[in-house]
Design a protein around this ligand. Structure first.
Ligand SMILES: [Zn+2]
Length: 330
């Protein structure tokens, strides 16, 4: 007798997370569970064609026989996306410009493909299957090398007029402040992003060589200090690194106060490499946010750490694809 396979067929989708250093592909069920996963290096300086060929090969050959039953594929890419056709307009980490990623993957795999921003995908992952399950008003803030997030308001993910809602790393927290990687100065990212923590630590260690001695020892030289170095020295109890992280927390709190006042989430989820390196940051910001944000905006506010780690992107991209083929809009 033929076993019915309709339920499984209808419930699995594929998720892909294209990052600057690696590409993760996964087969994900309707509950957000990863059934199979495979990761490959992005390959520095490669253009889009071989990367797309690699994604196709991973999906066909590396995720097991059930990957063939998946009904759609979602992709998260660090960059700006045209949601109408899944074109990657600009993805600086992988040096892509106007790449028709959605169309090419759909044609190669014979599946509906939905392309989104990587942080938006991670927000979906945390919202539907991670720390945000059951919440209708939440925000995510992922603090890694760059800083981004997402806003779920009234059970819908905000996209904005041209699909860039969630670029919350680029809110101005210091008018005329430090130069950001975007055209602006004084962005949140220019103070708390991994690259910015590294730059500020190098400047501080240069100006105070005795104080920054442990950072310089750990990194080998002032020039090679990274955010990871600061996190390591912080964990060792180094006073210089702790002062740097207090400044990071102060700026992070200033950004979060703005978001909480503007969007009034019930739940604020913090994730990303910088938070994972110094989890204490989550506690360090909560007090100042509660002290400085509007009382009415924080009455029901909870803070949480992201629960899915590096899997948030693939789980979220797969969820977006599942919703899209089912005709659900959130
Ligand atoms: Zn900026």
């Amino acid at each position: 007798m033929r076993r019915p396979t309709v339920r499984r067929t209808a419930s699995t989708t594929l998720g892909v997370d294209v990052g600057g250093t690696k590409i993760a592909t996964a087969l994900v069920d309707a509950g957000g569970k990863i059934l199979a996963e495979h990761t490959i290096p992005t390959g520095a300086e490669r253009n889009a064609a071989p990367v797309i060929a690699d994604i196709v090969a991973c999906v066909r050959e590396r995720l097991g026989p059930h990957a063939r039953d998946a009904v759609a594929l979602g992709v998260g890419v660090a960059g700006q996306i045209d949601p109408s056709d899944g074109t990657v307009l600009d993805a600086p980490n992988v040096h892509w410009h106007d790449v028709p990623l959605g169309a090419e993957l759909a044609s190669a795999l014979g599946l509906p493909v939905f392309v989104t921003n990587d942080v938006r995908a991670a927000t979906w992952g945390e919202w539907l299957h991670g720390a945000g399950r059951g919440a209708h008003d939440l925000m995510t803030l992922f603090v890694g090398t760059g800083v981004g997030g997402g806003i779920v308001s009234g059970g819908r993910v905000l996209t904005g007029c041209t699909n860039t809602a969630g670029e919350i790393g680029h809110v101005t927290i210091v008018a005329g402040g430090r130069q950001c990687t975007c055209p602006n100065r004084g962005c949140l990212e220019a103070y708390v992003g991994g690259w910015a923590i590294a730059a500020q630590a190098r400047e501080a260690a240069q100006a105070d060589q005795a104080g920054g001695r442990r950072l310089t020892e750990l990194a080998g030289s002032v020039e090679t200090i990274t955010a990871r170095t600061v996190a390591q020295a912080f964990r060792e109890g180094d006073a210089f690194a702790q002062r740097l992280m207090r400044e990071v927390a102060r700026h992070l709190a200033a950004g979060i106060v703005t978001f909480v006042n503007a969007f009034n989430p019930c739940l604020f989820i913090l994730g990303g490499g910088v938070i994972e390196g110094v989890p204490e940051l989550a506690q360090m910001v909560e007090g100042p946010v509660r002290a400085d944000a509007l009382v009415a905006a924080t009455r029901q506010l909870r803070f949480a750490r992201a629960a899915l780690g590096n899997d948030a992107g693939v789980v979220g991209a797969a969820a977006i694809a599942r919703d899209a083929v089912a005709g659900r809009t959130r």
